[in-house]
Ligand binder design. Structure first.
Ligand SMILES: C[S@@+](CC[C@H](N)C(=O)[O-])C[C@H]1O[C@@H](n2cnc3c(N)ncnc32)[C@H](O)[C@@H]1O
Length: 220
């Protein structure tokens, strides 16, 4: 049963959800970082990918293009976003399953155990304690050797990226949830949640701040 806990919708406000895909495309160099994410994940035939905070499901068609045999499961508390995700998957003719729910280990207990998990543009929108909870619960559902990939606004290292992030994303999503990301909290939080080898793999400068791809592994 879908949870009713509060969350920030994809574009910060419910009325903006229909504009989310266009906004991300125009403001984040989306094709570049999403393609890099899929390349880095290097999904194999037997892999199962869990996309937490899947939103409008933009990752699913890219994954299918890279490896149609990899199974994709997306979960998100926003009904409107999930409706859009299901329509996009149908239109693309790909197999993708979506659940309308806030992520927890219990919420995905009925799905096959994932070998890969991803959080794209989710953590900058949630409070610090929720960032850690999400990472800990993802760690709990992955098997040993399972990998988590994060693509999100991370540490904003240059003066220009900090200014652009402040003028755009922080105006839309507020300072409280976004500033810890800009200060570089993601790698320490991944380590606190139990991930081994947590590190930034790539960083992309965009007109809304820099987006990092980070990876961590569930060790023994
Ligand atoms: C900015 S959108 C990103 C959507 C998608 N991952 C993408 O890359 O375009 C963030 C998404 O996280 C979802 N979300 C917010 N809080 C969440 C939570 N606690 N658990 C799971 N998803 C959450 C929102 O509903 C929203 O769709």
């Amino acid at each position: 049963m879908p949870e009713t806990r509060s969350y920030t919708p994809p574009a910060g406000h419910h009325f903006l959800t229909p504009l989310y895909d266009v906004g991300v495309r125009l403001s984040t160099r989306e094709t570049v970082w999403r393609s890099a994410l899929v390349e880095l994940m290097s999904p194999k035939d037997q892999d199962v990918l869990l996309d937490i905070g899947a939103g409008t499901g933009s990752l699913a068609p890219l994954l299918a293009r890279k490896n149609a045999a990899t199974r994709y499961f997306g979960i998100d508390p926003d009904r409107h976003a999930i409706d859009i995700a299901r329509k996009k998957a149908r239109r693309a003719g790909i197999k993708a399953e979506f659940a309308h729910e806030i992520f927890s280990a219990d919420a995905v207990a009925g799905w096959p155990a994932p070998s890969l998990a991803t959080l794209c543009l989710v953590l900058h929108q949630v409070p610090l304690d929720e960032k850690l909870r999400l990472l800990q619960e993802i760690h709990s559902v992955l098997p040993t050797g399972g990998r988590l990939y994060i693509a999100d606004y991370g540490k904003q290292s240059s003066w220009l990226m900090r200014k652009l992030f402040r003028a755009t994303i922080q105006k839309l999503d507020g300072i409280a949830d976004t500033q810890p990301n800009a200060d570089g909290v993601l790698v320490p939080l991944m380590i606190e949640a139990g991930f081994s080898g947590a590190r930034e793999l790539k960083r992309f400068n965009t007109i809304t701040g820099s987006i990092s791809i980070l990876c961590g592994v569930k060790g023994t």
